[in-house]
Design a protein around this ligand. Structure first.
Ligand code: FES
Length: 679
């Protein structure tokens, strides 16, 4: 027998190869995804395979003993040094000696799938921009003079098929000592853009580089900055952390920061410095905690809203504050990280900013689109990223629309009388009993409800400090469901509602959730002002979604995805009772978690995803809420709980709302009480 059949799993690719062919060579010729950094020198161990044994009836092959060449000295050396799992071989060392079935384990695949999230079948394949290559470079020859960089380029071309490279001064300075120290063998980190142009050498090491290869996925919000340190070999998140955006001192929301820049000459420069320092400090803290050196971080993918985008880049955001809301650029950007003053990364590290969709719909919305892929949805999906500004996407396979709507900070607990950010001690869940109208609640940091035995002891460390965004949404919705608040948002009096907890406050009423004053704690109420603030925020959200529905010509959506860290904590039922989102079957309202952060991570792991979202963003139709006359009409109609005009049949099926009115101080609440049922 001169040749043998080789079958690779899980790909199923097969072919015949002359006896003595290394498995890595067979894999390459068949296009099987088998990793290699050292190019078959037995150093990197990326090429590990598991040969099968015995009969494989599915493939019609019986693998005899000796189907692969014997374990050799190179494998033994590697095993002694690092250890190979039982049954594993190095694909570059093992040679085909007979018919064989070879499994390529996930960790040996370059384009292994990174599971995107547990709830979804969708996956992303690893295809990072930065990869490592070990190369043998020809020694210099006086008779055929050429530069070391040129010979390195030739080596990369012949050994790794990299047609063209470039390198910065930093790499050039390290090149000659590295080549000589490594005996003309070096490892290079090479960054390949997803567009045309030469690939760039980011760093170089003598011999085989055994250090880390990391990247950052960064969600740069107006309020917080979150960063995820990811292993660029596996796609895994090694460590995540977040800080407040230091720009907060220039204004809570973006518009106030834009006006700070307009009023104060040089204000934009100050804000740029603040956000860059904040970001760099976060990266430094993150890598220190993960024990990763700055030099091992080669990439950062950044998603942010248009205002943060401009302020990070050092572009005056003044044009974003006035119609027609022109962006300096809406395209994706690949920059050197040091152009953004990022020092806590490799000096040659690259930064990639996702494209913006429009003047008010930024790269964060593009990242949500990348994560949720509405353009591939069979049914009509509404994706809402709830924050100080809500980014809203609506679409399906046929088309996708986007807008942003200024919800303000009420959903984050700001502008609420007892409001606070989501932190231990904050009330996050509220239930109001339908008959007694007595509340019970849960606070962040404790699994027990307030009427469970042991609750007081369990919360002794944190206390009950206030109410966070998801807590206020549940509180107001539960008040509406219990007949304590009418459709116009008015809180009834104690007489009208039959609850002593509805207490007068000025000319209106407030509902007492918890009175901790006896123990020196706060008195936590939901006031009429709180309900008004929630009504304004939710009207803006609903009106934005409604505008997109108008544009598509529909009155209903098939499903709703709530994105954002806050979105993950909102109860779909309560959000719908308030009319934050359009009517839909409750089981079709799901949470996507931090979709913008997920989108950043996908873009970090996959060049194909970067190219894909750049193309998708170009096809997303933008709707500008600020100049759309119907926005105001939708906003006013959305003020009622859940809505003045639009029907909510799906909601009514599971949560009939009491038909109460407190406008004249009447006691229609009794009727509501009789009809009320728990949803
Ligand atoms: Fe590097 Fe086999 S390819 S050890």
């Amino acid at each position: 027998m001169q040749d043998a059949l080789v079958i690779f799993t899980p790909s199923g690719k097969r072919g015949r190869f002359p006896l003595g062919t290394p498995v890595l060579t067979a894999a390459r010729q068949l296009g099987v995804d088998l990793d290699s950094v050292c190019g078959g020198r037995g150093i990197c161990s990326k090429c590990q395979i598991t040969p099968g044994q015995g009969a494989f009836s599915k493939h019609g092959v019986t693998v005899a003993e000796g189907a692969l060449s014997a374990w050799n000295a190179v494998e033994q050396r590697y095993h002694d040094k690092r250890g190979l799992k039982p049954g594993r071989r190095l694909g570059c060392q093992a040679q085909v000696m007979g018919d064989v079935v070879i499994d390529v384990p996930a960790e040996s695949q370059v384009h292994r799938q990174v599971v995107r999230k547990a709830a979804s079948a969708r996956t992303v394949k690893m295809d990072p921009a930065t990869r490592l290559y070990l190369v043998e470079v020809a020694e210099p020859d006086m008779h055929e003079p050429s530069g070391d960089l040129e010979r390195l380029a030739t080596a990369l071309r012949t050994q790794w098929d990299i047609p063209e490279i470039s390198a910065g001064l930093e790499v050039l300075r390290k090149l000659q000592p590295a080549l000589r120290a490594g005996g003309w063998q070096v490892t290079v980190a090479v960054h390949a853009d997803h567009g045309p142009g030469p690939q760039r050498i980011l760093d170089i090491w003598p011999g085989f580089y055994e250090g880390g290869l990391y990247g950052l996925a960064i969600d740069l919000g107006s309020t917080t900055i979150a960063a995820h340190l990811c292993d660029l070999r596996t796609g895994e998140v090694v460590m995540s952390s977040g800080v407040m955006n230091p720009q907060i001192r220039f204004g809570e929301d973006l518009m106030s920061r834009v006006s700070y820049a307009m009023m104060n000459p040089g204000g934009d420069v100050e804000m740029t410095r603040a956000v860059r320092e904040g970001l760099d400090g976060l990266i430094a803290a993150l890598s220190e905690e993960a024990q990763v050196s700055a030099r091992e971080i080669f990439e950062a993918v950044i998603v942010c809203n248009p205002g943060m985008h401009h302020l990070l880049l050092g572009v005056d955001p003044v044009e974003l504050g006035q119609a027609p809301f022109a962006l300096a650029t809406s395209g994706a950007l690949t920059l050197e990280a040091r152009e953004l003053d990022l020092a806590a990364v490799n000096p040659a590290a690259r930064a990639y900013l996702l494209p913006c969709i429009a003047g008010h719909v930024g790269a964060d919305a593009a990242a949500v689109a990348l994560s949720e892929a509405p353009e591939t949805s069979e049914d009509l999906v509404l994706v809402i990223d709830v924050g100080t500004n809500a980014e809203i996407l609506l679409g399906d396979r046929r088309r996708v629309l986007a807008c942003s709507s200024p919800t303000g900070p009420a959903f984050e607990g700001a502008q609420i009388s007892s409001g606070q950010r989501a932190a231990p001690g904050a009330i996050e869940r509220v239930e109001i009993a339908p008959v007694t109208r007595e509340p019970r609640f849960r606070v962040i940091g404790c699994e027990l409800w307030s009427d469970d035995p042991g609750f007081d002891a369990a919360i002794a460390a944190t206390g009950i400090t206030g109410i966070c965004g998801s807590g206020i949404i549940e509180a107001v919705a539960e008040m509406r469901m219990a007949g304590l608040v009418d459709a116009s948002g008015l809180i009834g009096s104690a007489d009208a509602t039959g609850s002593w907890r509805c207490q007068p406050e000025g000319r209106t009423h407030a509902y007492l959730i918890h009175d901790g004053t006896a123990a020196g704690g706060p008195r936590i109420t939901v006031t009429q002002g709180d309900i008004r603030a929630i009504q304004l925020a939710k009207s803006a959200l609903y009106a934005g979604a409604r505008l997109l529905m108008d544009e598509i010509g529909t009155d209903r959506v098939d499903r709703v995805v709530l994105a954002g860290a806050f979105g993950a904590h909102i109860s779909p039922k309560h959000a719908m009772v308030l009319g934050m989102i359009p009517d839909a079957p409750l089981d079709k309202v799901t949470s996507a978690g931090n979709a913008a952060g997920t989108g950043a991570r996908i873009a970090l792991c996959s060049r194909a995803a970067r190219a894909g979202i750049e193309a998708t963003v170009g096809r997303i139709h933008k709707v500008e809420t600020a100049i759309e006359p119907r926005f105001q009409e939708h906003f006013v109609n959305a003020n009622a709980l859940p809505h003045a005009v639009d029907p909510f049949p799906e909601l009514e099926r599971v949560v009939p709302l009491p038909d109460v009115s407190f406008n004249t101080g009447g006691s229609a609440g009794d009727g509501g009480r009789r009809r009320r049922r728990r949803g």
